[in-house]
Design a protein around this ligand. Structure first.
Ligand SMILES: O=c1[nH]c(=O)c2[nH]c(=O)[nH]c2[nH]1
Length: 296
C-alpha cells in the first residue's frame, strides 16, 4: 500500500476588486469577487515542501488587481484573461479555474435623474462566471444566484403517489416561488457576454412566468429548454431551485374564511429541485464544472 497525492489545486479565494471607470463624468463601476485556482504539477510542494513550482497565491491576487487596471468589461472576459494568463505562465501549470461573482450597482435617482457617481447596491441577485483553462481548451460557465421569483397563480400540484406518510393535499391553485441558482455552459469563448447574459436571464424569467406549472420540476425543465432554444451558444443549463413554500393559513379560529388570500411564507424546510437541461449533440465538458460545489 502506498499513499499518494490525488487531484489538487490551489489559489487565492475571494479577491474583492472594484474597478471604477471615470473616463466620462458619468462614472461606472464593476464590483467582483474573484477566486483563482491553478492546476498542474505541484507534487513537490505537497510531498517535500519544495515550492519551486508554486506561483504564490499572493501573486495570483496581485494579478487580479493589476489586470483590473485595464478595466473590466465583463466577468467572463476578465476571467478568460486571468485563466489564460495563469495557464500559460509556467509549463508545469496545465490549467486554471477562475470563479467570479459580480455584484450589481444601480444609479441612485436624484430628482428623478440617475446620478453620475452615486450608486445603490442592486438586489440580492448575483451574476457569476467560472472560466476554466485546461491546456489549450477554454470553458466559460456563466450563471446567477438568488434570482427570487413568485407566481400568484398558474401553479398546481397533484397526481403524486400517497404512501403511509403522505399527508400533502392535492392542489389546483398555489403560489409558486423560488430563488433560482443557474449556471449555463457556453460553446465558444468569444461572445457578447453582457448581451448573452441578459438574454438568458430574460428567457428564464419569461419561461417561469408563462409556464403553467404542474410541478416545479416541469418549470425547471421549461426554463432550461427555453434557454437552449433561444441561445444556440448555450450547451447545457444546470438549475437549482428551492421550492419556497407558501402555505394557506388557517383562519377558521378567528371565524374567517381564507379563499386563497393569506399565506404563511415558510422558510424551511424547502423542497429542493435541481436538474440539468442539455443538448444531446454537444460533447460533455466535465472539466468546466470541476471545482464547482453542489449541484450547480
Ligand atoms: O412542485 C413540486 N414538486 C415536488 O416534488 C413537490 N413535493 C412537495 O411536497 N411539493 C412539491 N411541489
Amino acid at each position: 500500500m502506498a499513499i499518494v497525492l490525488g487531484p489538487n489545486q490551489y489559489g487565492k479565494a475571494e479577491v474583492r476588486v472594484v474597478a471604477v471607470d471615470r473616463s466620462t463624468p458619468q462614472h461606472s463601476l464593476v464590483d467582483l469577487n474573484v477566486s483563482s485556482a491553478l492546476r498542474g504539477d505541484f507534487s513537490a510542494a505537497h510531498l517535500t515542501g519544495d515550492n519551486a513550482h508554486v506561483l504564490t497565491t499572493d501573486a495570483q491576487k496581485n494579478t487580479v488587481f493589476a489586470f483590473a487596471r485595464d478595466g473590466i468589461s465583463s466577468p467572463e472576459a476578465f476571467g478568460l484573461r486571468l485563466a489564460t494568463h495563469f495557464a500559460g505562465s509556467y509549463d508545469w501549470i496545465s490549467g486554471a479555474r477562475v470563479e467570479l461573482e459580480s455584484y450589481g450597482w444601480d444609479r441612485i435617482a436624484v430628482g428623478g435623474a440617475p446620478h453620475d457617481h452615486a450608486f445603490r447596491r442592486a438586489g440580492g441577485e448575483v451574476r457569476t462566471a467560472v472560466v476554466t483553462a485546461d491546456g489549450d481548451d477554454l470553458h466559460v460557465v456563466a450563471g446567477l444566484t438568488d434570482l427570487v421569483v413568485l407566481k400568484s397563480t398558474g401553479s398546481e400540484f397533484w397526481g403524486f403517489p400517497r404512501d403511509a406518510y403522505t399527508t400533502l393535499a392535492e392542489t389546483r391553485e398555489r403560489i409558486l416561488a423560488t430563488a433560482v441558482t443557474a449556471r449555463w455552459r457556453y460553446v465558444g469563448s468569444d461572445l457578447d457576454w453582457h448581451a448573452t447574459y441578459d438574454t438568458v436571464r430574460t428567457t428564464m424569467l419569461e419561461a417561469f412566468a408563462s409556464t403553467h406549472s404542474l410541478a416545479l420540476q416541469q418549470t425547471l425543465f421549461a426554463m432550461g429548454t427555453a434557454v437552449l432554444e433561444t441561445v444556440p451558444e448555450v450547451a447545457e443549463v444546470r438549475l437549482s431551485m428551492p421550492n419556497k413554500h407558501h402555505f394557506l393559513q388557517d383562519l377558521t379560529a378567528f371565524g374567517l374564511d381564507n379563499p386563497d388570500v393569506v399565506y404563511h411564507a415558510d422558510d424551511r424546510p424547502y423542497g429542493l429541485i435541481e436538474g440539468t437541461v442539455l443538448r444531446d449533440d454537444v460533447a460533455p465538458a466535465e472539466v468546466a464544472w470541476q471545482g464547482t460545489p453542489g449541484f450547480v
